[in-house]
Design a binder for this molecule. Structure first.
Ligand SMILES: C=C(O[C@@H]1C=C(C(=O)O)C=C[C@H]1O)C(=O)O
Length: 372
């Protein structure tokens, strides 16, 4: 299939108001899509089905599933950049002062809460609306593909839910058989062209809090947990602190998702207190922002031993369940010719409100860069 046919099929699906998802995993060249053959709203509770999940921030809300069995799957390999009209100038509108003041108030309140109570960290977020001149969604998705090769780039649509696009730098959970990989991604700096940066204590502390939470929770279900060295990584125009964590789990994926999501990278610590603060104070609905999305229970053939000398074992192929879930960050929802861009940052007792505002402005540029 040519890339033209591929995108034409997507457009057709969208025009017919049928659910679909199209995505590319970090550092991969294959772009995959799932075209659901009906307009039904499928959901999952137990995470036992095979499909593509789209989960909201609030765990009380339904998790949407595009089931593999009701869908047509395509994939194309795109080694070189897709042809697009790239709009380099970002839509950096003059900030609405009311919006800014509102966010500063929220951050101030969050700082006070972390200074005076049991709350150690909370993510304060906001949504910024940009009016679009161009409503070509597939074109926007192509620009995302071209711009963010190291991110999980996606466009997800369901007529009963909405249209979302994003370029996430954060893995929630990758599972292959009984092995899992996750990451703590927290701590943000503007990318000034080098990875050799000095992180402040505020960033190091808020990062460590996420690492400790994940390791602590995973110990309940897993063996051989390994925490890798913390590194500085680039995500678009931004740098983050990242720590990879791996292990072997004894239970099912549902339990791990339940303890991980939402992590203190996107909610806070302690989790319930942070969630309560967010639901009471943010004054808007995050919907799927800081939720998660990705492939669930893909059946994948695995060769048991890749050691070439061992010819007998090489012939032994097993089928494994593979899931690859990402946190829904650096994302936007498109509604009535407007892009709703969702951004936030971790607040601790050492946060400075204006710096936190600047961080959210920086994060909006990730999506604004691909809008026209
Ligand atoms: C909440 C967001 O990002 C999260 C918060 C970060 C931080 O506070 O430093 C860093 C990465 C993400 O885990 C966002 O991008 O909207």
């Amino acid at each position: 299939m040519t890339s033209e046919d591929f995108f034409e099929n997507l457009k057709h699906q969208f025009d017919n108001e049928l659910p679909f998802v199209v995505y590319r995993k970090p550092n991969e060249s294959e772009v995959k899509c799932l075209l659901q053959q009906d307009a039904a709203l499928h959901t999952t509770k137990e995470f036992t089905e095979s499909g593509f999940v789209f989960a909201p921030f609030d765990t009380k809300e339904e998790v949407v599933l595009i089931p593999f069995k009701n869908s047509i799957k395509y994939g194309i390999v795109m080694s070189s950049a897709v042809e697009t009209l790239h709009n380099q100038k970002s839509l950096n509108q003059v900030k609405n002062n009311i919006e800014k003041q509102h966010h500063l108030n929220l951050v101030d309140k969050a700082i006070k809460a972390t200074q005076s109570g049991h709350l150690l960290k909370v993510i304060a977020s906001r949504v910024e609306t940009v009016t679009l001149k161009d409503s070509n969604v597939i074109g926007t998705f192509k620009r995302l593909l071209n711009t963010y090769s190291t991110a999980f780039v996606y466009c997800w649509y369901h007529p009963k839910v909405g249209l979302w696009l994003g370029a996430s730098p954060e893995t929630l959970l990758r599972v292959e058989g009984n092995q899992f990989t996750t990451m703590a991604l927290a701590g943000t700096l503007k990318d000034e062209g080098t990875l050799d940066v000095e992180w402040g204590n505020k960033e190091k502390d808020e990062h460590q809090l996420v690492v400790d939470f994940i390791v602590d929770k995973l110990h309940l279900f897993s063996d051989r947990i390994k925490t890798f060295k913390t590194e500085t990584v680039r995500a678009g125009n931004i740098l983050h602190l990242k720590t990879k964590i791996t292990g072997i789990f004894k239970n099912n994926i549902h339990q791990i998702i339940t303890v991980l999501h939402p992590t203190p990278a996107v909610c806070g610590q302690p989790k319930e207190l942070a969630k309560q603060f967010i639901l009471e104070n943010e004054n808007y609905n995050r919907e799927y922002y800081t939720g998660f999305l990705g492939e669930l229970n893909l059946k994948q053939k695995m060769s048991r031993n890749s050691n070439r000398k061992n010819v007998e074992n090489n012939a032994y192929i097993s089928i494994k369940n593979v899931s690859d879930l990402f946190v829904n960050l650096r994302c936007m929802q498109i509604k009535n010719n407007q892009a709703l861009i969702y951004v936030g940052g971790g607040i601790t007792k050492d946060s400075v409100a204006l710096d936190e505002w600047d961080e959210t402005v920086l994060k909006t540029l990730v999506m604004k860069k691909v809008l026209q």
